[in-house]
Design a protein around this ligand. Structure first.
Ligand code: V47
Length: 373
């Protein structure tokens, strides 16, 4: 591989990775530009295996979106409806959301992941009742709910600080924050694609506050639209800088832009090659984040499976109900069983580990690859 890395012009970066020397902005830029994708992958995979060996994580989770009413008008969003009463707008009652969890009483779920629109009329008690209700239905369940963008919106709407919002939601049962809403931190991009929601600094400040309160969070990057490679690297370095201070991020999740039914529908979706490269570069640049997640709903099942050799060590989970990506054109199933995920991982030559949200091991499935059956 040394000769190949040399001819790919990546020998110095390989030496840094080997010596565990932190990669620079310029290194990130070169990794995005290097034509030899498999050389980049090789470096990322070595780093992935150094941290996790063949272990590949997934969880048994349930994804819910309680309302799609959203005052923000993000150009990439196919899910949101501006006002209650607009065609296709819905807001579930707390009981309707709880019923979705009750209906899965027989499933060994460990996590509920909720992301909503920014609804202008619901009372704060809707969210605290929701959390309390979910915990009453399944006391042991981990509630990973509300993006930093939602937390910022709650603070403005209900006249609280970000910290007060987090403290009150936590008292009602919130356990961690999902990574949604990060998009691209660069102000140039945010002004164009999501001008009316919180900026990158506020997103990161809310994660910092959550970490300070002892909560773990995830962080994402929406790629493959109008961002430049430099803006991707900038995004990764801002995450790395916060992680140096707090250590509170558990996983980084690249999110592939889906163009159907939104205002950026003229753009093509990112290619498989670009998707695999983003996972690989993230693994190399984010030297202080433990997990790189290939969210199969976003990058597709086959590419997610391949990403397990491009730096990713996690596939997210069973999901079960998903609308954000399917309204934007995702052609994946909306759910996978734990058996499906275990088989995908094993067939990729990796070792499935069922985890909980905090990466505690729940179960180590025993499977053999289909090719030896
Ligand atoms: O915030 C919206 C993105 C996010 C589109 O924390 C789109 O474990 C692509 O954050 N094309 C929600 N992306 C999903 C999310 C997430 C997913 C999986 C795991 C975790 C985690 C978090 O989806 C939004 C936005 O960035 N999004 N529309 C679209 N058309």
């Amino acid at each position: 591989m040394t000769a190949r890395l040399r001819s790919a012009g990546l020998e110095d970066i390989a030496a840094k990775v080997e010596a565990r020397t932190r990669l620079s902005f310029e290194d990130g830029r070169r990794l995005f530009a290097a034509p030899d994708l498999l050389a980049v992958a090789w470096l990322a995979n070595r780093e992935r295996e150094r941290r996790h060996g063949a272990r590949t994580y997934f969880n048994h989770n349930l994804r819910l979106e309680a309302t799609n009413v959203c005052t923000a008008s993000c150009l990439f969003c196919s899910f949101a409806r501006l006002k209650p009463g607009d065609a296709g707008a819905y807001t579930s009652s707390v009981e309707q959301v709880l019923d979705k969890l009750r209906a899965r009483a027989h499933e060994p779920l460990t996590e509920v992941h909720i992301v909503n629109g920014l609804h202008p009329e619901l009372p704060f008690s809707y969210y605290t009742d929701l959390l309390r209700g979910l915990k009453a239905v399944r006391p042991g369940i981990h509630l990973k709910c509300f993006t930093a963008v939602e937390i910022a919106y709650f603070a403005g709407l209900y006249g609280r600080t970000d910290e007060q919002v987090l403290v009150e939601l936590r008292a009602a049962g919130l356990d961690s924050l999902p990574g949604g809403g990060a998009e691209i931190f660069a102000a140039r991009v945010r002004r164009k694609i999501c001008h009316d929601k919180c900026d990158g600094d506020r997103y990161l400040a809310i994660h910092r506050t959550a970490h300070g309160l002892g909560m773990r969070t995830n962080v994402t990057m929406l790629y493959g639209h109008i961002e430049t490679p430099d803006e991707r690297v900038d995004h990764l370095l801002r995450i790395r800088a916060l992680q140096d201070d707090t250590g509170g991020f558990q996983a980084f999740i690249p999110l592939a832009f889906h163009p159907d039914n939104n205002q950026m529908r003229k753009l093509p979706p990112p290619s498989a090659g670009d998707t695999l490269r983003v996972h690989a570069v993230a693994r190399l640049m984010l030297d202080n984040v433990d997990h790189i997640k290939a969210y199969w709903i976003s990058c597709g099942v086959e590419v997610a499976q391949t990403a397990l050799w491009f730096g990713a060590d996690d596939l997210d989970g069973t999901v079960q109900e998903e609308t954000i990506y399917h309204m934007a054109g995702s052609s994946t199933p909306t759910a996978l069983s734990t058996g499906d995920i275990e088989r995908l991982i094993t067939d990729a030559g990796r070792e499935p580990i069922e985890r909980d949200t905090l990466y505690n091991v729940v179960r180590v499935p025993q499977l053999v690859p289909a090719c030896v059956l």
